[in-house]
Design a protein around this ligand. Sequence first.
Ligand code: PMP
Length: 361
Amino acid sequence: MTKIKPQPGIMEIDLYVGGAAHVEGVSDVVKLSSNENPYGPSPEASSAARRASYELHRYPSTDHAQLRAAIGEIHDVDPDNVICGVGSDEVLQFIAQSYAGPGDEVIYTEHGFSMYPILAHACGATPVKVAEQNRVVDIDAILAACTDKTRIVFIANPANPTGTMIDLDACAQLAKGLPAGALLVLDGAYAEFEAGYDGGVSLVERSENVIMTRTFSKIYGLGGLRIGWGYAPRTIIDVLNRVRQPFNLSTVQLAAAEAALRDTSFTEKCRSDNERLRRWLATALEDLGVASDPSHTNFILARFADQDEADACDAYLKTQGLIVRKVAGYGLPNCLRITIGDESSCRRVAHAIGQFKRGET
Ligand code: PMP
């Protein structure tokens, strides 16, 4: 028996399972399982990444001043209250690492994003799962679950994999009701898909205990580059910067993210196309007897009669070259999460689900 043991909590972590990109023996595969942007990034972002790659011998900026200034301009936030990370995952990690440890509790919700319990375990804290109401975050249940050990409450708003969201007044009520010393993290990975929603910026600005996180992986189509950011009161940003590695973002990441942000017409096209195709797909599925909650994201959570039907549909879609996401691990065994692709992918997936429902497989 080895005497070399990991820290408490580490072996409690269930490994994160990512989505496959290929189906054995099937060509013309469309991946609709990771909520990626079907159009890819803005061409401006790709050009900026290429240009930045001519300077690979140079260390990147340590303070990300230029990217934070661009975030400040585009999102109307104070750049001094922004921190950037390797995906929003890294920003979430800074938060867990800085504010929770052994003996502390970290709250997340029934169908919440799988990284939250992973991050809690990784810092030795105890993840506490709280029930949702019909796949919607329930703030009363969260407040009832808080104890004097609660340090962090993680909520994705809009949420993954349900696609539902709660309004900012409810978030404000939650922040106000938390015990002293507990932080509310509003994960806004999908915030840009909801027109007129600021992701929680205004709540951060009038609270001491709220942090918002955002990503370049979804609407900006830069999941492969790994860039995210957080917005919080200055005292919190100061803490998070102490655990951040000085060169956590590369020159290429910084350049691409800034260019992506500044191409606002591309972002708006992605948002409006997503909204139109999401409405179309939800209606097409409803006509086939497959229900979904109103989604505020770039995916739909399709509900089937039971797990057998969901699994059988998933298997059929694969034979048709369509990869969607099973979400049994999120407590949703009868559901499949389907990313909104481009128009032809949406038509293909609706057509294949129609064939499946009619038994034409
Ligand atoms: N939060 C939520 C709710 C997500 O769905 C994801 C990505 N699946 C992330 C955070 C992490 O995104 P990234 O690290 O790519 O920014």
